[in-house]
Design a protein around this ligand. Structure first.
Ligand code: CAA
Length: 258
């Protein structure tokens, strides 16, 4: 794995870990963080021996947003021509499931980064919000689009228009968070969840993520068609034969990810 400036990267078994590491800026997401996270995620994604990725920050902050100091003096033209947040789309597009393990602040781009992941595990200390309106801007890494899909229009509108920050329990009730755990258990729980996913057959995991993604983007009829095709295509994998044989023979499957 490449060396990175702003993140720590580690492989534990079949799980790839990305830890945001700009403590001096509460893990604010500057362009270098974007480049590092995208490159690390794509390296893990290209590696068949990785079946799940965890993204986390520090106890105090998952990420306190896009880097305000980096953006403050830019013009609109510079934001457009530099495609300021564009590469995040490549992070959201990795096929490997990504778990966000969120402790402390997940604000602005931090909340948006969590929402690019497939599962959001939150410490009971986590706080989520889209406070960009306080800076006279709006969310720019997907907040207005993904938050509505997660929590519905009225909750999203209140958060985006007022900049109010919500705590982990409210975020869980609203459907933004998969599960809240005690802060001291967060990383263990994230690893356990990632290991469960990484032990499944990789082609079926890629397929499940692609079908879930389709549900966010297409009509029900198109999504159902996509699901049926992808479901059928899995019957050409060795792992499907192994999984169903193991069921009939009352034993654990031995997947080869093929
Ligand atoms: N960008 C750049 N630096 C940041 C930052 C950010 N988003 N958030 C925190 N920091 C820096 C602070 O400037 C400070 O650095 P200095 O010590 O050099 O001054 C350091 O991190 C520690 O922060 P605080 O002293 O402010 O810590 P606090 O505990 O008093 O407050 C906080 C914590 C409430 C999270 C506060 O830091 C804060 O409000 N941060 C900004 C949150 C925000 O507005 N996020 C949205 C950013 S815009 C965006 O994300 C656009 C988008 O959609 C992509």
């Amino acid at each position: 794995m490449t060396d990175f400036e702003t993140i720590l990267v580690e492989t534990r078994g079949r799980v790839g870990w990305i830890t945001l590491n700009r403590p001096e800026a509460l893990n604010a997401l500057n362009s270098q963080v974007m480049r590092d996270v995208v490159a690390a995620a794509e390296e893990f994604d290209a590696d068949d021996s990785i079946g799940a990725i965890v993204v986390t920050g520090s106890e105090r902050a998952f990420a306190a947003g896009a880097d305000i100091k980096e953006m403050a003096d830019k013009t609109g033209l510079e934001m457009v021509m530099g495609d300021h947040f564009g590469a995040w789309g490549r992070f959201a597009a990795v096929r490997t499931p990504v778990i966000a393990a969120v402790s402390g602040y997940a604000l602005g781009g931090g909340c948006e980064l969590a929402m690019m992941c497939d599962i959001i595990l939150a410490a009971d200390t986590a706080q989520f919000g889209q406070p960009e309106i306080n800076l006279a801007v709006i969310p720019g890494m997907g907040g207005t689009q993904r938050l509505i899909r997660a929590v519905g229009y009225y909750k999203a509108a209140e958060l985006v228009l007022t900049g109010r920050i919500m705590k982990a329990d409210e975020a869980e009730r609203a459907g933004l968070v998969s599960r809240v755990v005690p802060a001291s258990d967060l990383l263990d729980e994230a690893h356990k969840t990632a290991e469960i996913i990484a032990a499944k057959s990789l082609p079926s995991v890629y397929a499940a993520k692609a079908a879930l993604d389709a549900a966010m983007e297409t009509s029900l009829a198109e999504g159902l068609r996509f699901e049926r095709h992808v479901f059928a295509s899995l019957f050409d994998t060795a792992d499907q034969k192994e999984g169903m044989a193991a069921f009939r023979e009352k034993r654990s499957p031995d997947f080869t990810h093929r």
